[in-house]
Design a protein around this ligand. Sequence first.
Ligand SMILES: C[S@@+](CC[C@H](N)C(=O)[O-])C[C@H]1O[C@@H](n2cnc3c(N)ncnc32)[C@H](O)[C@@H]1O
Length: 213
Amino acid sequence: MHFIPEALDAYVVAHSENEPDLLKALTRETYQKILQPRMLSGHYQGRLLSMLSKLIRPKTILEIGTYTGYSALCLAEGMQKEGELHTIDINEELHDFQRKYFDASEYGKQIHQYTGDALAIIPTLETTFDLVFIDADKPNYPAYFHAIIDKMRPNGIILSDNVLWSGKVLEPLQKNDISTEALIEYNTLLKEDPRIETVVLPIRDGLTISRVK
Ligand SMILES: C[S@@+](CC[C@H](N)C(=O)[O-])C[C@H]1O[C@@H](n2cnc3c(N)ncnc32)[C@H](O)[C@@H]1O
């Protein structure tokens, strides 16, 4: 979704960091071989995730929704030298594709993949997080927040993708549209929870930054 005119959007991308070659290759192969390639974060949002991670310098990162590994590799760029990134996806068919690209990067040994339902896996992770990226199934966003909030370090950052859902969060709710319903609930939850402060960025499909107080 473009919140600004397309020409201006192209200018913004052209004047932001270039996409690393490995991520260009990952994108090409995702479009050739994997269903729903538009789910991948892509050049501009990827550079933003990389920049935010470099500013945060996280020791531990959790990603909910790996897909083909694009955003994981962007977030890993800002990780501390001994840092670790844990990334969860329910689709086991993506595992080998992700591993191929993780191993082709300099972060392969620091990236831990988990296959299964994130809500079952998160409670088993015996660590706390400096940075969490929520980018899986939308109906579970509120549940993901509740699952991770007590695992966040003070000043930890939660990034949530697709929070504007192509603008549907503003439109009359259609019957059985559980994704939009959950995102409306989620955006209110982030705004009102006293443990965090939140800013919504109108970037791509909406990206929220929440800081744990
Ligand atoms: C939008 S894609 C993630 C894109 C990725 N973060 C990126 O930017 O390249 C969402 C992913 O969430 C996964 N997913 C959906 N439901 C899930 C669940 N309950 N637990 C874990 N992963 C789930 C899907 O299999 C899909 O790969």
